[in-house]
Write a protein that binds this ligand. Structure first.
Ligand code: ADP
Ligand code: MG
Length: 654
């Protein structure tokens, strides 16, 4: 049994509608341990023959046997497995991976063979070809001869039986060519069969046997040297199923590292293609954080109010659909408050007036809302002052000019906000008021600052400050959460009766309780999340298309690289995995950058708006998972395209 037995090989290329027959029924035997040169003019079919013998291509007709096994109809993956077990290739163009060390280049075929101990073995073969001191050099840091020696090391790393070399010295100066030939000869002497394609007679002269090709047929087959002591070919490497190894963790890590290297090498391009994902993720993270922060602020403010509160305000609500006619003014009176506070399940009721006023202290002034309140306000709104006291019934009766101020007012009027302002005199609308207390800090919801407030006695506000006869709001506190609805019904009935509203008329007042406000809030939150989801989906779509686009470019740019990887034994799955991981890495990096940017925006906005930004770990994780997933999904097509490339098409690609 010969090592290689080819019978009646033909290869027909379809070119532009026509058919080009490149090999014309060629037959050939090669024994174990031979050093064969295939010679012939350019275009005679040398490379085509070598590719068929090397399982990179399939003959159109005829059979080819390797150690007795018919290999002329192997699938892509079976060919890849056989190549990685038995065959090494050396090409004219070296075909080393750029930006990758000699050690890594030499170790590449071992990844696809799933072989352990890669670095040690790669070091061993590099030392064998005299590059022990160049392990960490990238191809662009090596001479042509050294690069070709790295390629030889790569061909040797899986201990092949056959070495195919296609014009191995074609790109080298003559002294370096000599080196390479010496290397090939010494490999042959160690038992490896060498089949070398060349068109230079002096190179061919180094071989023991020279086969001349012309127009796809063998015209001569001569021996320069006696046949070596032939050992019969052992078929052990060809036994068993030819299934590529499953993706290992080690392999995945290798692809991730190479993906990051590729990204680093094309920084601007990668950054631009990740921009879609980056912006989308940043927007979602920022909006989520701001939304949660705002919600948190509003919620804590509401919880400070107490959940049994009902507020009655003038005008109709828009809850019933139709608004009441304009021009009808609702007037709340002290008698209304008294009547309402006597209803069943009402703990207490309190009426307020409010209006804007100009506050002046020394050279500073501040415009804010002044509310006239009764002492009940403090406990109903959790507003017991932390400095000084609240307004009292006595203040109210005497129309005292005293004020309790909020934190924001304090900050804006006094140079030192830490100072206790109790006892100081401020002017409200040009009249002196004495500060008797400072309200506890309630925080801001962004739209409304609860601390930007001044409270004065109710009657002082009505008679001295605003000149009003009616109340603006009535606050009613039910005696428990369960009685709020009943109290609201009773309030409505009472107020309609007191206002003499006939049945066909709508209420001339509005009413809300805290759970209404809370559910309005959650409603807004739901709309907000829906909107966010929509933004996220569009952003990921756009981002995904960006990644798909750059991956397609990358696949066509790296066609040679893909061909090389396949030639040294990469199965489809391996190429697919490599490009998928690369796309996913892009998504992940874009997503991570987006998370960082989004968090920065959220922090900046919240500082400006005055509430805490809440970037939740869950949203970060989700954004990361989704952007990586987008990379995967949109990388699928380019990766599949790469995995389906035929190794020779890919290697010929210019
Ligand atoms: P050699 O290596 O002897 O120079 P090749 O085997 O590379 O020649 O090519 C032999 C002939 O086949 C050439 O004329 C070339 O143009 C043609 N050929 C090679 N590959 C293809 C292909 N993929 N499609 C069409 N024609 C091809
Ligand atoms: Mg050629």
């Amino acid at each position: 049994m010969s090592l290689i037995e080819a019978d009646g090989l033909t290869r027909v290329y379809e070119v532009g509608g026509g058919r080009l027959t490149v090999l014309k029924g060629l037959s050939l035997r090669v024994e174990q341990g031979e050093f064969v040169a295939i010679m012939g003019p350019s275009g005679s079919g040398k490379s085509t023959l070598m590719q068929i013998l090397g399982l990179l291509d399939r003959p159109t007709s005829g059979t080819c046997r390797l150690m007795g096994r018919d290999v002329s109809r192997l699938s892509d993956d079976e060919g890849a497995v056989l190549r990685s077990r038995t065959i090494g290739f050396i090409f004219q163009m070296f075909n080393l991976l750029p930006r990758t060390t000699a050690l890594h280049n030499a170790a590449l075929p071992m990844i696809y063979a799933g072989a352990p101990g890669r670095d040690a073995r790669a070091k061993e073969v590099l030392e064998r070809v005299g590059l022990g001191d160049r392990l960490d050099h990238a191809p662009n840091q090596l001479s042509g001869g050294q690069q070709q020696r790295v390629a030889i090391a790569r061909a040797l790393v899986n201990r092949p039986r056959i070495l195919f070399a296609d014009e191995p010295t074609g790109n080298l100066a003559s002294d370096q060519a000599e080196d390479i030939l010496r290397e090939l000869k010494s490999l042959n002497a160690s038992g490896i069969t060498v089949i070398m394609v060349t068109h230079e007679p002096d190179i061919a002269a180094h071989a023991r046997r020279v086969i001349r090709l012309k127009d796809g047929a063998i015209v001569s087959d001569e021996r320069n040297a006696p046949e070596p002591a032939l050992k019969p070919a052992a078929a052990s490497a060809l036994d068993g199923a030819l299934r590529p190894p499953a993706l290992g963790l080690d392999e995945a890590r290798e692809y991730a590292a190479s993906a990051l290297r590729a990204m680093a090498a094309n920084k601007v391009r990668s950054a631009l293609s990740m921009l879609g994902i980056l912006i989308g993720v940043a927007a979602v993270i920022a909006m989520l954080a701001i939304g949660r922060g705002a919600q948190h602020a509003i919620e804590s403010r509401l919880s400070g109010l107490g959940s049994n509160l009902i507020v009655l305000f003038p005008g109709s609500t828009n809850m019933g659909g139709v608004r009441a006619g304009q021009g009808t003014y609702t007037r709340f009176t002290f008698d209304d408050v008294k009547a309402l506070s006597k209803l069943a399940h009402v703990r207490r009721a309190e009426g307020d007036v409010s209006g804007n006023a100009e506050i002046v202290y020394k050279d500073k002034n501040w415009s804010t809302q002044v509310t006239g309140v009764t002492p009940l306000y403090a406990s109903m709104h959790a507003s017991d002052p932390y400095y000084g006291r609240f307004v009292t019934d006595d203040d109210d009766r005497r129309l005292s000019r005293v004020a309790v101020i909020g934190e924001t007012v304090l900050k804006n009027l006094f140079a030192d906000p830490k100072q206790n302002p109790v006892g100081e005199t401020i002017k409200i609308n040009h009249t002196d008021y004495r500060i008797v207390g400072v309200l506890p800090v309630k925080g801001s919801s962004g739209f409304h600052d609860s601390d930007d407030i001044v409270l004065v006695p109710l009657r002082t506000a009505m008679k001295r400050l605003f000149g009003r006869f009616y109340l603006d709001y009535i606050w009613i506190e039910a005696d428990g959460p369960g009685t709020v609805d009943g109290v609201m019904d009773a309030v409505e009935t009472t107020m309609r009766r007191r206002h003499h509203l006939p049945a066909f008329k709508d209420d001339d007042f509005g009413m809300r309780n805290m759970s209404d406000i809370q559910s309005a809030l959650t409603g807004t939150t739901k709309t907000f999340s829906l909107l966010l989801g929509f933004v996220a989906a569009i952003a990921l779509l756009v981002g995904g298309i960006g990644i798909m686009n750059i991956m397609l470019v990358s696949v066509s740019e790296r066609t040679r690289e893909i061909g090389l990887r396949k030639a040294v034994g990469a199965a489809r799955r391996a190429i697919l995995a490599q490009f998928l991981i690369e796309a996913a890495a892009m998504g992940a990096v874009g997503g991570a950058a987006g998370v960082a940017l989004g968090a920065a925006i959220a922090v900046a906005v919240s500082r400006f708006a005055g509430w805490a930004a809440l970037v939740s770990p869950g949203s970060v994780l989700l954004a990361f998972v989704f952007s990586t997933g987008t990379g995967l999904v949109f990388g699928l097509w380019p990766a599949r395209k790469a995995s389906l490339l035929s190794p020779i098409e890919a290697l010929r690609y210019e």
